[in-house]
Design a protein around this ligand. Structure first.
Ligand code: PHB
Length: 404
C-alpha cells in the first residue's frame, strides 16, 4: 500500500458509489443513481470548461435522446437538437440516401457530446450533487475489498477521501482504472487503423440537410453539422498529420475533392475555426468488473468514430450499470453485479463490429490495390442497392434496444 494511502486528508465522505470520470458516462450514471435516491460522487482530472469544449461525436440514438428528457436531465435536446430521419452515403460521385424512418421506423438526433455533457453537469449542479472537476493525485484503493476508497486533491488544493461500496471507472479511453484489474485476468482486444480523421469546425451554413458519409478514391470524408452557422467536417488523413500544415484553402480543396461528383455537389465554404487530428482504434478490455470496481464507457471499450457509436455505447453501459448497482446495493447484494458484463458486452461487440465494418467500408487504406477500391464500390452498391443492405445499415446506425 503506498504511503499516501494513509496520509491525513481534509475530509472523509461515505458514499455508496464513487465515480472516477465526470464525462457523459460518469455523470449520467451518477444522475441515474441520484434519481433512485443513491448518492454518487464523481471526480475528474479535467476542468469543467475543458470537457465542455472538447469536440466529440454528434449523433445520439433516439433512445438516448429520450432518456435525457425522461430521466429529467434536460429537455434542451428537443429544442436545440435536430432529429434526422436518414443519412446520405456518397460514392462513385453520387448520393444515396438511407431512410431510417422508412426502413426501420427509427431516427437519430444531432446533438453534440459537448451539449450532452453541459446538460448533465448542469443537472448535477441543479440537484445539489457533488462533482469535483480539475482534481489531481487520484488514487483508487482497495477495490479487491468491499470497502474501496478514492483519494484525491481537489482543485483548491484540499485532500479528500471517498469511502464507497463500489467504484466505477468511467475515466475514458486513457483510463487508469482499467489497469487496476490484475494483469493475469485482463484480456485486451483491439486493432489499429492506418489512418485518422482530420476534424474541422467551420463557420458556414449547412451544405446538406443530413449527414453525408463520403467514400472516394482520395479517401473518406464526413460532413456533419453543429448550428445554423457552424459545421463539423472530417476527412481521412495520416495519423501523423500535423494541423499546422493545413491552410484553410488546403482543407477546403481536400474536402471538396472527396465529395465531388457528377451531380455537381459542393460544400459551402467559410473560415476554419478549429482543426485537430483524431486518432482512433478499436479496443475492448474484459472483464468489465473486478471486485468492487466496474468499468463503463471508453474506459472499457473504444470504437472508431465512423457510425457514431461511442457515446451511445457509453450511455447504454451506464443504463445497465445503474440498474445492476441499485440491485447490488439493495436486497440482492453483490451477486447482482454478475449481470453487468454480459448485458453490456453484447452491445459492445455489436458496436465493435459495426464501427469497424463502416470504417473499412468507407476509408481507403494507404497503398491499397485498385482491386480493393473496386471491391469497396461493389460492397457499397450492395449496401445501398438492396433493401436488406439499407435496412442493415439503418438498424445498426440507429441503435439496438436496451439489454434488459
Ligand atoms: C459529428 O458530428 O461529430 C459526428 C457525426 C457522426 C459520426 C462521427 C462524428 O459518425
Amino acid at each position: 500500500m503506498p504511503d499516501s494511502a494513509v496520509d491525513p486528508v481534509d475530509t472523509v465522505t461515505e458514499v455508496p458509489v464513487a465515480v472516477v470520470g465526470a464525462g457523459p458516462a460518469g455523470l449520467m450514471l451518477a444522475h441515474r443513481l441520484g434519481r433512485a435516491g443513491v448518492d454518487a460522487v464523481a471526480i475528474d482530472l479535467r476542468g469543467r470548461e475543458e470537457i465542455a469544449t472538447t469536440h466529440r461525436a454528434g449523433i445520439l440514438e433516439a433512445d438516448a435522446a429520450r432518456d435525457l428528457v425522461e430521466t429529467g436531465v434536460s429537455d434542451r435536446i428537443l429544442r436545440e437538437g435536430h432529429e434526422h430521419g436518414g443519412t446520405e452515403l456518397r460514392f462513385g460521385g453520387r448520393a444515396h440516401r438511407i431512410d431510417f424512418r422508412e426502413l426501420v421506423g427509427a431516427s437519430v438526433w444531432l446533438y453534440p457530446q459537448t451539449e450532452v455533457f453541459t446538460d448533465l453537469a448542469d443537472a448535477r449542479e441543479r440537484d445539489g450533487a457533488a462533482v469535483h472537476f480539475g482534481v489531481r493525485g487520484t488514487e483508487v484503493l482497495d477495490v479487491d475489498t468491499d470497502r474501496p476508497r478514492v483519494r484525491f486533491t481537489a482543485a483548491d488544493g484540499t485532500r479528500h477521501e471517498l469511502r464507497a461500496r463500489y467504484v466505477v471507472g468511467a475515466d475514458g479511453s486513457r483510463s487508469t482504472c482499467r489497469g487496476l484489474v490484475p494483469e493475469p485476468l485482463r484480456v485486451r482486444y483491439g486493432t489499429e487503423y492506418p489512418f485518422a480523421w482530420f476534424g474541422v469546425l467551420v463557420r458556414a451554413p449547412a451544405s446538406a440537410p443530413e449527414l453525408v458519409y463520403a467514400h472516394s478514391e482520395h479517401g473518406f470524408a464526413l460532413i456533419s453539422q453543429r448550428t445554423e452557422s457552424v459545421q463539423r467536417m472530417y476527412f481521412q488523413c495520416d495519423p501523423d498529420e500535423r494541423t499546422a500544415d493545413w491552410s484553410d484553402e488546403r482543407i477546403w480543396a481536400t474536402l471538396q475533392a472527396r465529395v465531388a461528383g457528377r451531380d455537381g455537389f459542393r460544400l459551402v465554404e467559410g473560415p476554419v475555426l478549429e482543426r485537430s487530428v483524431l486518432r482512433f482504434r478499436s479496443f475492448v478490455q474484459e472483464p468489465m468488473r473486478w471486485g468492487s470496481l466496474l468499468l463503463a464507457g471508453d474506459a472499457a471499450h473504444t470504437v472508431p468514430p465512423t457510425g457514431a457509436r461511442g457515446l451511445n455505447l457509453a450511455l447504454h453501459d451506464v443504463k445497465v450499470l445503474a440498474g445492476v448497482l441499485l440491485r447490488a446495493l439493495g436486497a440482492e447484494g453483490e451477486p447482482a453485479l454478475a449481470d453487468y458484463q454480459p448485458l453490456a458486452l453484447r452491445r459492445v461487440w455489436r458496436a465493435q463490429h459495426f464501427s469497424s465494418w463502416m470504417t473499412r467500408l468507407l476509408h481507403t487504406a494507404p497503398g491499397a490495390a485498385p482491386f480493393e477500391l473496386r471491391r469497396q464500390l461493389g460492397e457499397l452498391d450492395s449496401v445501398v442497392g438492396t433493401r436488406a443492405g439499407r435496412a442493415y445499415l439503418a438498424e445498426q446506425y440507429t441503435g439496438w434496444p436496451t439489454s434488459a
